[in-house]
Ligand binder design. Structure first.
Ligand code: KIV
Length: 263
């Protein structure tokens, strides 16, 4: 059995073994990832891959709490991060009230909020009040409508300087680690080297301190679209459809249930 990580061991992992983070939304999959992944993120990406919406914005705190409880049940040995959904951390007061709900109503080990230097004061307020915070800089899925698309960051000098400011501000505010999403690999490497807490990448190359992938993408279960950075480790959709097609055939032919599956 793997030893469950803590905010301290996660911080200390910098410049050692890269962190393996994966999303999960329910106890079933979380249990499969328990004892393998270092960190499970209950990402608001569940609003797309689990609930079928076009973006993450309509995920609610109640939904995140429901899914976080399921994941924590399924993966008791794994450090968990609950994503704070859109609109739940617009100021210090609502951020703390909502983060306290997550800590009181689930056993999540930490929460994640999107944003850089613009969210530093909020992160500090949360940390000062006993909430472990993972930052999220670079491409911010919750800003998709505000920015008019999923925009890769770090493509010019101004964007690189902003990322450096964001990473420093998130670190100084007391976050124990941060996700960096959709950033050119050389820039993400530079960002990771500029701070002393782990920087976990998604679509950010391999010069960072760990990787995170959405489980339904990496298992090939989500078919709507596949971002360039996703590696499919399994043809999940194909395997599931083949299995259900075979089941249907056997129901029609009455091959199933056969003798060994009958009382
Ligand atoms: O919601 C999510 O799954 C995330 C990852 C893309 C990092 O935030």
């Amino acid at each position: 059995m793997m030893k469950k990580m803590t905010v301290n061991t996660i911080k200390k992992s910098k410049n050692t073994t890269p962190l393996t983070m994966i999303t999960a939304y329910d106890a079933l999959f979380a249990n499969l990832f328990n004892d393998i992944a270092d960190i499970i993120l209950i990402g608001d990406s569940l609003n797309m891959s689990f609930a079928g919406h076009n973006d993450t914005l309509s995920a609610t705190l109640d939904q995140m709490i429901y899914h976080t409880n399921a994941v924590c049940k399924g993966a008791p040995n794994t450090f968990t991060i609950c994503d704070m959904p859109f609109g739940t951390y617009t100021c210090k007061t609502n951020a703390l009230d909502n983060a306290i709900r997550v800590f009181q109503e689930t056993t999540a080990d930490s929460i994640k909020i999107e944003g850089g230097d613009d969210k530093a004061e909020i992160i500090k307020h949360l940390v000062d009040n006993g909430i472990a915070v993972c930052g999220h800089i670079g491409l911010l899925p919750q800003s998709v409508r505000g920015e008019g698309g999923y925009l890769v960051k770090g493509k010019d000098d101004a964007s690189i300087k902003q990322l450096l400011r964001d990473a420093k501000a998130v670190e100084d505010a007391g976050a124990f680690c941060m996700v960096i999403e959709g950033v050119k690999a050389d820039v993400a490497t530079q960002i990771a080297q500029s701070v002393s807490i782990p920087v976990v990448g998604i679509g950010a190359g391999n010069g960072v301190d760990g990787q995170v992938l959405v489980f339904s993408d990496m298992l090939g279960l989500f078919e709507a679209f596949t971002p360039k950075f996703v590696k499919k480790y399994l043809n999940g959709a194909e395997l599931v459809k083949d299995a259900v097609t075979q089941y249907k055939k056997e129901v029609i032919s009455k091959e199933f249930p056969d003798e060994i599956h009958t009382y």
